[in-house]
Design a protein around this ligand. Structure first.
Ligand code: NDP
Length: 248
């Protein structure tokens, strides 16, 4: 399939984990990719991997998505470098888990500023471009934690629930210009983010998953590759769960 021929995808948090898998998947289907991460070297490695494997333009960028001014400058640069933008995947995210009574204001702010406001920053600058082109796909990576709530994650769950609200409101704002906005809510996916959780926690989570396994980054990438493709043209404002049935 070459669903992304002639398309440019901007993917945040693409230096590792789920974001990297999304970058690889979209590039495999023909996309040119702006690979964004916080750490320059991670973006560099993935961009080189994409160029080598798929011989398509892939450029690395590093930014703190929570920094609005830096994101504004970066978006201008990306538009200049690629000429057009058709897909935005807001995937960058962090956790700072702690029970709410012990959570610092700083941990609350950092998670909300990265996971929720970071997405807003990219949306604000790139939606204009999509609307002008009368085509766009925006995908926000939420989480089942945003749907179900997770003890120890009031900041993270709030940020991911907030992304769902952002998704639905924005979907209504931009629908007239052929721009769709959807959220993908992964369950438990094996990445750096989850690998250090205690084994007892992992065993408890596994019991809640009807498909009896944790997800892979590629499981999420496959869902994003569909929802961000031209053929998903009649789907907007939705939350697609990729969770092995955990939150059904
Ligand atoms: P990882 O921790 O493996 O990777 C996170 C990525 O986000 C990295 O590339 C990192 O950059 C980037 N990032 C983090 N903070 C910032 C920032 N301030 N500015 C720019 N980039 C930043 O996470 P996952 O791959 O597991 O998660 C990806 C997304 O999926 C997140 O939004 C997460 O909340 C969500 N998710 C994950 C689940 C899971 O089970 N793993 C479940 C549900 C949702 P760098 O490489 O430079 O550090």
């Amino acid at each position: 399939m070459n669903r992304y021929a002639d398309q440019v995808a901007v993917i945040t948090g693409a230096g590792r984990g789920i974001g990297r898998a999304i970058a690889l998947r979209l590039a495999a289907e023909g996309a040119r990719v702006a690979v964004i991460s916080r750490t320059a070297v991670n973006a560099q490695i993935v961009a080189e991997e994409l160029t080598k494997q798929y011989s398509q333009q892939a450029l690395p960028y590093s930014v703190d998505v929570a920094d609005g001014d830096a994101v504004a400058n970066l978006c201008s640069k990306i538009v200049k470098d690629f000429g057009t933008i058709s897909v935005l995947v807001n995937n960058a995210g962090i956790t700072r888990d702690r029970l709410s009574m012990r959570m610092s204001g700083e941990d609350w702010d950092r998670v909300l500023d990265t996971n929720l406001k970071g997405a807003f920053h990219f949306v604000q600058h790139l939606q204009r471009h999509m609307m002008r082109n009368s085509y766009g796909r925006i995908v926000n990576i939420s989480s089942v934690s945003g749907l179900l709530g997770q003890a120890g994650q009031v900041n993270y769950s709030a940020s991911k629930a907030g992304l769902i609200g952002l998704t639905k409101a924005l979907a209504r704002e931009v629908s007239g210009r052929n721009v769709t906005v959807n959220a993908v809510a992964p369950g438990f996916i094996q990445t750096d983010m989850t690998q250090n959780l205690p084994e007892s926690v992992k065993a408890d989570v596994l019991k809640l998953i009807p498909l009896e396994r944790f997800g892979d980054c590629e499981d999420v990438a496959a869902a994003v590759a569909f929802i961000a493709s031209p053929e998903a043209k009649y789907i907007t404002g939705q939350v697609i769960k990729v969770d092995g049935g955990m939150a059904m």
